[in-house]
Design a protein around this ligand. Structure first.
Ligand code: G6P
Length: 526
């Protein structure tokens, strides 16, 4: 991958920035409303939610795709963020995005829950598109600037960017798990992916296990020396005497930086009387069941939605629960709808919902209240407040920000979080009720335990969880990543968003309109 050794200096015809974020998706998606007017709506997923505050704290640029094929735009400013669009053709959307990113890497990195597909033309497209993103970032980054590359769709960008612009400090953060060597080794292009990532100065992961999976792969597949958290990457040094050639190394840091949310911002929303009124309205709309159980996810096979429905359906059929006792509200926001595995999953889930409701719903109570939509943040906060139990049953998940959002919202210190051991969040949120979602019997018992838990125990657990989430918020996450970048290449100081108190977040949100336009896009179902 060194076909382009020339350095591209920051081009003068482009506006340049000291801080550039590169991700597949921009924070806004291009949409056209019923009148034919262009609207920019919030993009789905946890990545965008986490990075927006960092971008607002810096006059930086965000390089990414606007979510539709064949659209070319000039850079523009949206809601305080400088957006630099990169176009993708329809064929690239199929091969690079739906194909290699979401039908090869996504299942491979999530424990092969669905079988990954390997196609050489998909890989070729991935290389081409990663090169295009790197070139765009190289054009808009200032001399000696900082570029922060995001997620599995962009793993070759660090190396391409280093070849184009060795003056830059480059960070990479992987929002999803990094698989164990035994699984990663399936990938026909495994060495190229590792070399691509090693173009960065700091490579961040969600969990300590992800960072050690990566280092182990580097050791075994590339033979480079690793001493946690460092990886020594050999570099060509033509100026060195022959006897010393091959000894020079570039030191890369690979470690975990667990991502988080704007905790104070979520709590501030939950304290608004109108949102609390909406939470009451939601419960009434459900027929005031004794217990409201909530699931919020992108409709993805990694989330274990089928497993939780199976457990809930069995509790109804065993007679341990009735629909007057409990309703399961499942928000499943639409995702990657042209990828086969996602279409099959949707059919399966909707069949299950139909069956369970057909068997158990009464005229006044449904069993599962199912919503194939995304909702604006205010509505999500009202739902979290309305839910006695939050059910996160991911089979594998990088972090799971929904779990953290539920905790941040519960300023009443009530509510029970049931959390899968296979979500990155389980490393931190030890006071949740941890479950193995494959163990349906265990999951059923845990749901019953949550339903029957005395308030005193709920409060003790929720208080401990809230201490973690309010302290380890997204400001702390970005500050620690950016500090690690500055340690590697001193002199680069990029502002992390200031840590907000709930009072400050409240003042901010009552002084201005909420950031969301209620457009109905899922913000947080990471
Ligand atoms: C996860 C990934 C993100 C991705 C998001 C939504 O959070 O880590 O990189 O943007 O899902 O998926 P999509 O394919 O719609 O961008």
């Amino acid at each position: 991958m060194s076909e382009h050794p020339d350095h591209t200096p920051p081009a003068t015809e482009h506006e340049t920035y000291g801080f550039v974020v590169v991700s597949n998706r921009l924070p806004v998606d291009h949409t056209v409303d019923e009148n034919g007017d262009v609207k920019w709506e919030h993009s789905p997923g946890g990545l965008v939610t986490a990075l927006e505050p960092v971008m607002r704290a810096n006059d930086g640029a965000w390089v990414g795709w606007a979510g539709k094929p064949d659209l070319e735009f000039e850079p523009f400013e949206n809601d305080g963020i400088n957006v630099v669009p990169v176009p993708l053709s329809e064929e690239e959307v199929q091969r690079y995005y739906e194909g290699f990113s979401n039908d090869t890497l996504w299942p491979l990195y999530h424990d092969v829950i669905s079988a990954p597909t390997y196609h050489r033309v998909w890989w070729d497209s991935y290389v081409l598109v990663n090169r295009r993103f790197a070139q765009r970032a190289a054009e808009v980054a200032e001399q000696d600037g900082v570029v922060w590359v995001q997620d599995y769709q962009m793993q070759l960008v660090p190396q391409f960017l280093r070849e184009l612009r060795p003056d830059l400090t480059i960070g990479f953060f992987n929002h999803i798990p990094f698989p164990p060597l035994g699984i990663f080794s399936q990938l026909p292009w495994r060495e190229k992916i590792l070399e691509g990532l090693l173009g960065a100065d700091v490579i961040g992961f969600q969990r300590a296990d992800d960072a050690s999976n990566f280092s182990r792969s580097v050791r075994h597949l590339l033979g480079y020396a690793t001493t946690r958290p460092y990886i020594d990457v050999p570099v060509d040094d033509e100026s060195a005497p022959l006897s010393r050639r091959g000894r020079k190394v570039r030191r890369v840091v690979a470690k975990h930086f667990p991502i988080s949310i704007d905790s104070a911002g979520f709590e501030a929303l939950a304290r608004k009387p109108e949102i609390q009124a909406r939470a009451r309205e939601i419960r009434e709309g459900l027929g005031n069941p004794k217990t409201v159980i909530l699931g919020v996810d992108r409709l993805d096979y990694t989330k274990g939605i089928r497993h939780r429905m199976k457990a809930f359906g069995e509790l109804l059929s065993d007679g341990r629960l009735s629909v007057e006792d409990a309703t399961l509200v499942q928000v499943a926001s639409p995702s990657r709808e042209r990828v086969e595995a996602y279409m099959a999953l949707r059919d399966e889930i909707e069949l299950t919902v139909g069956r369970i409701n057909g068997d158990y719903a009464t005229m006044s109570h449904t069993a599962i209240s199912y919503h194939h939509h995304g909702y604006p943040r205010e509505e999500m906060v009202a739902l979290y407040l309305a839910a006695d139990i939050m059910l996160v049953t991911a089979l594998r998940d990088g972090m799971n920000l929904v779990a953290k959002e539920y905790i941040a919202v519960r300023f009443d210190s009530d509510g029970v979080l049931i959390l899968s051991e296979f979500a990155g969040a389980a490393d931190e949120l030890r006071s949740a009720l941890l479950v193995n979602p494959h163990d349906i019997g265990g999951l059923k018992n845990t749901i019953m335990r949550a339903i029957e838990m005395p308030r005193r125990d709920r409060v003790t657990r929720m208080r401990a969880l809230r201490r973690r989430v309010l302290d380890n918020d997204v400001a702390k996450w970005s500050a620690s990543f950016l500090a690690a970048l500055s340690d590697v290449r001193p002199g680069h100081r990029i502002a992390a968003p200031p840590k907000k108190t709930v009072e400050e977040a409240l003042a901010e949100s009552s002084g201005s309109e909420p950031a969301d336009d209620g457009a109905g896009t899922p913000e947080t179902a990471a």
